[in-house]
Write a new protein. Structure first.
Length: 262
């Protein structure tokens, strides 16, 4: 086990899985600039660490994954500062584009920016007490950390319109029905289930996992023909890797493959 330098983000390694916990439970793990910076820093550190192959992102405590942006920080935001946020190091971009897939373990409230963090992760698992939504219009603003773009791609335009325009909050079971989370588990099992999934991902060929994730995400902005061509190019890259040779050889030899990420 290893700890992050900042107490607002806790870090723990379990084998090839890195666990990151948002740690502002007194404000339901609300996002401020410092926490955003810590998350992006730690995701990039995990990407650069060859011992890490998957990441779990969750919130400290049982009440909240992340209840959204810090309201005091929102009060200080200006049009100029908002436009200045559209950078490659924006937290949702870093989560979505991470070479190491991120599993969001939603352990309670995931509202506003907190829900948008989860939407940027590769996979989402919810505890039975979780609830998710984008209530920004209640405050006279609207979701702007990717919510208006990622949610429709996940649940369809009609359901996304309803959720965003009415500020509807979903229970964990409703989120499962909508296809937002892949499973709902008892609260006490959430972290173990999320780590088990991350371990499963971590056991696969790292290059194949990274490029498959890239193909899925990139395909949303392409026609089917363009997406198939892109998929084909990435598949050609995989065919030249040492991991491909190892994976096929291990299958024929009835043994567990030892992938090196090359």
């Amino acid at each position: 086990m290893s700890g992050a330098d900042s107490t607002i983000l806790l870090k723990e390694d379990r084998g090839a899985v890195r666990i990151l916990k948002l740690n502002r439970p007194e404000v339901r793990n609300a996002l401020n600039d410092e926490l955003r910076g810590e998350v992006t820093t730690q995701i990039r550190a995990a990407e650069d660490d060859p011992s890490v192959r998957a990441i779990v992102l969750t919130g400290e405590g049982s009440k909240a994954f992340c209840a959204g942006a810090d309201i005091n920080a929102l009060l200080l935001r200006t049009p100029q500062s908002m436009l200045g946020q559209l950078r490659a190091d924006r937290i949702d971009f870093v989560l979505e584009r991470s070479a190491k897939p991120v599993v969001a373990a939603i352990n309670g409230y995931a509202f506003g920016g907190g829900f948008e963090l989860a939407l940027a992760c590769a996979v989402r698992i919810a505890s039975e007490n979780a609830s998710v939504g984008l209530p920004e219009v209640n405050l006279g603003i609207f979701p702007s950390l990717g919510g208006t773009q990622r949610l429709p791609r996940l649940v369809g335009v009609g359901r996304a319109m309803e959720m965003i325009l009415s500020a509807r909050i979903l229970t964990a079971r409703e989120a499962l029905e909508f296809g937002i989370v892949s499973r709902v588990v008892p609260r006490e099992d959430l972290l173990d289930e999320s780590i088990a999934l991350a371990e499963m991902v971590a056991s696969k060929g790292p290059v194949a996992v990274r490029l498959a994730k890239d193909a899925i995400l990139a395909g949303f902005g392409m026609t089917l023909d363009e997406g198939l061509r892109y998929e084909n190019r990435l598949a050609a890259v995989v065919m030249g890797t040492r991991d491909k040779k190892e994976g096929l050889s291990a299958f024929l030899e009835k043994r567990k493959p030892v992938f090196i990420g090359e």
